[in-house]
Design a binder for this molecule. Structure first.
Ligand code: HPA
Length: 274
Protein backbone atom coordinates (compact mmCIF):
# COMPACT_ATOMS: atom_id res chain seq x y z
CA UNK A 1 0.00 0.00 0.00
CA UNK A 2 2.58 2.52 1.14
CA UNK A 3 4.97 1.57 -1.65
CA UNK A 4 2.23 1.68 -4.27
CA UNK A 5 1.19 5.14 -3.12
CA UNK A 6 4.82 6.25 -3.28
CA UNK A 7 5.23 4.91 -6.80
CA UNK A 8 1.98 6.55 -7.90
CA UNK A 9 3.30 9.85 -6.55
CA UNK A 10 6.59 9.41 -8.33
CA UNK A 11 5.04 8.35 -11.62
CA UNK A 12 2.72 11.36 -11.56
CA UNK A 13 5.66 13.82 -11.44
CA UNK A 14 8.63 12.05 -12.98
CA UNK A 15 8.27 13.76 -16.35
CA UNK A 16 8.42 17.15 -14.66
CA UNK A 17 11.71 16.54 -12.84
CA UNK A 18 14.33 18.56 -14.74
CA UNK A 19 17.44 16.73 -13.53
CA UNK A 20 18.57 13.95 -11.23
CA UNK A 21 19.31 15.72 -7.94
CA UNK A 22 22.48 14.88 -6.09
CA UNK A 23 21.33 16.68 -2.95
CA UNK A 24 17.94 17.01 -1.28
CA UNK A 25 17.37 19.89 1.11
CA UNK A 26 14.41 20.32 3.43
CA UNK A 27 13.83 23.88 4.49
CA UNK A 28 12.75 24.61 8.06
CA UNK A 29 11.33 27.85 9.44
CA UNK A 30 13.38 30.87 8.47
CA UNK A 31 14.89 29.22 5.41
CA UNK A 32 11.64 29.31 3.44
CA UNK A 33 12.97 31.70 0.81
CA UNK A 34 16.34 29.94 0.38
CA UNK A 35 15.46 28.94 -3.16
CA UNK A 36 14.42 32.39 -4.33
CA UNK A 37 17.94 33.57 -5.12
CA UNK A 38 18.95 30.39 -6.95
CA UNK A 39 18.80 29.57 -10.63
CA UNK A 40 15.53 27.61 -10.55
CA UNK A 41 15.15 24.92 -13.22
CA UNK A 42 11.69 23.75 -12.25
CA UNK A 43 9.09 23.58 -9.50
CA UNK A 44 6.35 21.13 -8.59
CA UNK A 45 3.58 22.22 -6.19
CA UNK A 46 2.66 19.59 -3.62
CA UNK A 47 -1.02 20.21 -4.30
CA UNK A 48 -0.53 19.02 -7.87
CA UNK A 49 0.88 15.67 -6.77
CA UNK A 50 -1.72 12.98 -6.37
CA UNK A 51 -1.98 11.67 -2.77
CA UNK A 52 0.77 13.99 -1.57
CA UNK A 53 0.32 15.44 1.96
CA UNK A 54 0.11 19.24 2.00
CA UNK A 55 0.95 21.37 5.03
CA UNK A 56 -1.60 23.29 7.05
CA UNK A 57 0.92 25.42 8.98
CA UNK A 58 1.07 29.13 8.20
CA UNK A 59 4.38 30.24 6.77
CA UNK A 60 5.02 26.88 5.10
CA UNK A 61 4.85 26.91 1.31
CA UNK A 62 4.42 23.60 -0.36
CA UNK A 63 6.53 22.80 -3.36
CA UNK A 64 9.62 21.09 -4.69
CA UNK A 65 12.15 23.45 -6.21
CA UNK A 66 14.85 22.12 -8.53
CA UNK A 67 17.88 24.38 -8.65
CA UNK A 68 21.66 24.37 -8.72
CA UNK A 69 23.45 25.34 -5.52
CA UNK A 70 26.84 26.22 -6.96
CA UNK A 71 27.14 23.35 -9.43
CA UNK A 72 25.22 20.87 -7.30
CA UNK A 73 21.85 19.74 -8.68
CA UNK A 74 19.56 20.08 -5.69
CA UNK A 75 15.92 19.37 -4.97
CA UNK A 76 14.59 21.64 -2.28
CA UNK A 77 11.48 20.99 -0.24
CA UNK A 78 9.90 24.30 0.51
CA UNK A 79 7.57 23.19 3.28
CA UNK A 80 7.06 19.85 4.97
CA UNK A 81 4.21 18.19 6.80
CA UNK A 82 4.35 17.35 10.48
CA UNK A 83 2.95 14.50 12.53
CA UNK A 84 0.82 16.92 14.55
CA UNK A 85 -1.14 17.90 11.46
CA UNK A 86 -2.86 14.54 11.77
CA UNK A 87 -1.42 12.64 8.81
CA UNK A 88 -0.48 8.99 9.01
CA UNK A 89 3.20 8.80 9.83
CA UNK A 90 3.82 6.97 6.54
CA UNK A 91 2.38 10.01 4.76
CA UNK A 92 4.53 12.40 6.79
CA UNK A 93 7.68 10.62 5.60
CA UNK A 94 6.47 9.86 2.07
CA UNK A 95 8.26 12.94 0.68
CA UNK A 96 11.58 11.60 1.98
CA UNK A 97 11.10 8.39 0.06
CA UNK A 98 10.12 10.37 -3.00
CA UNK A 99 13.44 12.21 -2.79
CA UNK A 100 15.19 8.84 -2.91
CA UNK A 101 13.21 7.78 -5.96
CA UNK A 102 14.27 11.05 -7.61
CA UNK A 103 17.82 9.82 -7.15
CA UNK A 104 19.07 12.14 -4.40
CA UNK A 105 22.09 10.68 -2.63
CA UNK A 106 22.36 13.20 0.20
CA UNK A 107 19.70 14.60 2.48
CA UNK A 108 20.20 17.89 4.29
CA UNK A 109 17.62 18.41 7.03
CA UNK A 110 16.99 21.83 8.55
CA UNK A 111 14.51 22.94 11.18
CA UNK A 112 13.76 25.37 13.95
CA UNK A 113 14.23 23.87 17.40
CA UNK A 114 14.06 24.87 21.03
CA UNK A 115 17.39 24.97 22.84
CA UNK A 116 17.63 22.64 25.82
CA UNK A 117 21.37 22.89 26.45
CA UNK A 118 22.35 25.63 28.91
CA UNK A 119 25.14 26.52 26.46
CA UNK A 120 22.67 27.64 23.78
CA UNK A 121 20.95 30.95 23.14
CA UNK A 122 18.17 31.91 20.75
CA UNK A 123 19.60 32.52 17.29
CA UNK A 124 22.35 29.88 17.54
CA UNK A 125 22.80 27.31 14.79
CA UNK A 126 23.33 23.69 15.84
CA UNK A 127 24.73 20.82 13.82
CA UNK A 128 22.74 17.68 14.65
CA UNK A 129 25.08 14.91 15.81
CA UNK A 130 22.41 12.35 16.70
CA UNK A 131 18.78 12.18 17.72
CA UNK A 132 16.31 10.72 20.19
CA UNK A 133 13.07 9.58 18.57
CA UNK A 134 11.74 7.45 21.42
CA UNK A 135 8.79 9.78 22.11
CA UNK A 136 7.30 9.57 18.62
CA UNK A 137 6.22 6.48 16.66
CA UNK A 138 8.74 4.83 14.38
CA UNK A 139 8.02 5.71 10.73
CA UNK A 140 9.10 2.24 9.58
CA UNK A 141 6.31 0.42 11.46
CA UNK A 142 4.27 -1.67 9.05
CA UNK A 143 5.27 -4.06 6.31
CA UNK A 144 8.88 -3.41 5.35
CA UNK A 145 9.44 -1.98 1.90
CA UNK A 146 12.19 -4.37 0.83
CA UNK A 147 12.81 -2.35 -2.34
CA UNK A 148 13.96 0.55 -0.15
CA UNK A 149 15.78 -1.01 2.77
CA UNK A 150 16.15 -3.59 5.50
CA UNK A 151 13.55 -4.60 8.06
CA UNK A 152 15.93 -3.82 10.92
CA UNK A 153 18.15 -1.00 9.72
CA UNK A 154 21.24 0.05 11.66
CA UNK A 155 21.04 3.57 13.10
CA UNK A 156 24.60 4.00 14.41
CA UNK A 157 25.64 6.70 11.93
CA UNK A 158 22.41 8.51 11.02
CA UNK A 159 23.98 11.96 10.72
CA UNK A 160 27.01 10.98 8.70
CA UNK A 161 30.19 11.51 10.69
CA UNK A 162 32.32 12.44 7.66
CA UNK A 163 29.78 15.08 6.64
CA UNK A 164 29.73 16.37 10.22
CA UNK A 165 33.47 17.04 9.93
CA UNK A 166 32.89 18.91 6.68
CA UNK A 167 30.13 20.98 8.28
CA UNK A 168 32.35 22.00 11.18
CA UNK A 169 35.19 22.93 8.81
CA UNK A 170 32.82 24.86 6.54
CA UNK A 171 31.43 26.84 9.46
CA UNK A 172 34.91 27.68 10.70
CA UNK A 173 36.14 28.69 7.27
CA UNK A 174 33.20 31.06 6.89
CA UNK A 175 33.42 32.40 10.45
CA UNK A 176 29.96 31.13 11.30
CA UNK A 177 29.60 30.09 14.95
CA UNK A 178 28.12 26.61 15.14
CA UNK A 179 26.95 24.58 18.12
CA UNK A 180 26.51 20.84 17.96
CA UNK A 181 24.19 18.50 19.77
CA UNK A 182 21.49 15.87 19.99
CA UNK A 183 18.02 16.63 18.62
CA UNK A 184 14.98 15.14 20.30
CA UNK A 185 11.67 14.93 18.49
CA UNK A 186 8.30 15.36 20.17
CA UNK A 187 4.97 14.97 18.40
CA UNK A 188 3.76 18.52 19.12
CA UNK A 189 1.72 20.52 18.49
CA UNK A 190 1.88 21.64 22.13
CA UNK A 191 5.25 22.89 23.22
CA UNK A 192 6.80 20.88 26.03
CA UNK A 193 6.32 21.45 29.76
CA UNK A 194 9.25 22.57 31.95
CA UNK A 195 9.37 19.11 33.56
CA UNK A 196 9.59 17.46 30.15
CA UNK A 197 12.42 19.74 29.11
CA UNK A 198 14.30 18.87 32.30
CA UNK A 199 13.75 15.17 31.55
CA UNK A 200 14.93 15.53 27.94
CA UNK A 201 18.08 17.31 29.13
CA UNK A 202 18.74 14.48 31.57
CA UNK A 203 18.33 12.02 28.72
CA UNK A 204 21.02 13.79 26.71
CA UNK A 205 19.04 16.04 24.37
CA UNK A 206 20.34 19.49 23.44
CA UNK A 207 17.48 20.74 21.27
CA UNK A 208 13.84 19.82 20.72
CA UNK A 209 11.66 19.99 17.64
CA UNK A 210 8.68 18.42 15.95
CA UNK A 211 9.95 17.19 12.58
CA UNK A 212 13.34 15.83 11.90
CA UNK A 213 14.08 12.51 13.61
CA UNK A 214 11.41 10.51 11.79
CA UNK A 215 12.59 11.96 8.49
CA UNK A 216 16.15 10.95 9.28
CA UNK A 217 15.13 7.41 10.22
CA UNK A 218 13.23 7.03 6.95
CA UNK A 219 16.09 8.41 4.90
CA UNK A 220 18.62 6.24 6.70
CA UNK A 221 16.44 3.19 6.01
CA UNK A 222 16.58 3.89 2.29
CA UNK A 223 20.32 4.52 2.29
CA UNK A 224 20.57 8.29 2.03
CA UNK A 225 23.58 10.07 3.50
CA UNK A 226 22.17 12.54 5.99
CA UNK A 227 23.14 15.74 7.73
CA UNK A 228 21.16 18.28 9.70
CA UNK A 229 21.37 21.77 11.12
CA UNK A 230 18.86 23.35 13.52
CA UNK A 231 18.18 27.00 14.07
CA UNK A 232 17.75 27.42 17.81
CA UNK A 233 14.75 29.71 17.56
CA UNK A 234 14.09 29.92 21.29
CA UNK A 235 15.20 28.49 24.58
CA UNK A 236 12.93 25.60 25.51
CA UNK A 237 10.01 25.86 27.88
CA UNK A 238 10.90 26.79 31.45
CA UNK A 239 14.36 28.16 30.60
CA UNK A 240 13.24 31.78 30.48
CA UNK A 241 10.33 33.39 32.28
CA UNK A 242 8.41 33.80 29.04
CA UNK A 243 5.72 31.68 27.40
CA UNK A 244 6.58 30.27 23.95
CA UNK A 245 4.84 31.42 20.83
CA UNK A 246 5.01 30.30 17.21
CA UNK A 247 5.53 33.98 16.29
CA UNK A 248 8.69 34.14 18.41
CA UNK A 249 9.96 30.95 16.77
CA UNK A 250 9.36 32.36 13.29
CA UNK A 251 10.80 35.77 14.16
CA UNK A 252 14.11 34.42 15.48
CA UNK A 253 14.36 31.94 12.63
CA UNK A 254 13.88 34.82 10.16
CA UNK A 255 16.59 36.87 11.88
CA UNK A 256 19.03 33.99 11.58
CA UNK A 257 18.10 33.32 7.96
CA UNK A 258 20.97 35.12 6.23
CA UNK A 259 23.77 33.33 8.05
CA UNK A 260 21.83 30.05 8.01
CA UNK A 261 21.45 30.29 4.23
CA UNK A 262 25.14 31.02 3.81
CA UNK A 263 26.10 28.00 5.91
CA UNK A 264 23.68 25.68 4.12
CA UNK A 265 24.79 26.69 0.64
CA UNK A 266 28.49 26.41 1.48
CA UNK A 267 27.93 22.94 2.94
CA UNK A 268 25.98 21.81 -0.12
CA UNK A 269 28.68 23.05 -2.48
CA UNK A 270 31.29 21.05 -0.60
CA UNK A 271 29.30 17.88 0.06
CA UNK A 272 27.76 17.79 -3.41
CA UNK A 273 31.21 17.73 -4.96
CA UNK A 274 32.61 14.91 -2.83
N1 HPA B 1 9.82 22.92 21.12
C1 HPA B 1 9.45 22.11 20.10
N2 HPA B 1 9.57 22.47 18.83
C2 HPA B 1 10.12 23.67 18.55
C3 HPA B 1 10.52 24.55 19.57
C4 HPA B 1 10.36 24.16 20.93
O1 HPA B 1 10.70 24.88 21.88
N3 HPA B 1 11.01 25.66 18.96
C5 HPA B 1 10.90 25.44 17.62
N4 HPA B 1 10.35 24.23 17.37
Amino acid sequence: MVYKKLNDCYNSIKDRIPFQPQMALILGSGLGDFAETLDIKGTIDYKDIKNFPTSTVSGHKGRFVFAYVGNVPTVIMQGRVHLYEGYEITDVVLPIRLLTLMGAKYLFLTNAAGGISFDFKAGDLMMITDHISSFVPNPLIGANIDELGLRFPDMSNIYDRDIQKIILETAEKNNIPLQKGVYIQTSGPAYESPAEIKMYRTLGADAVGMSTAIEAITANHCGMIICGVSCISNLACGMTGNPLTHEEVKETADKTAEVFKKLVSEIIKTVGNL
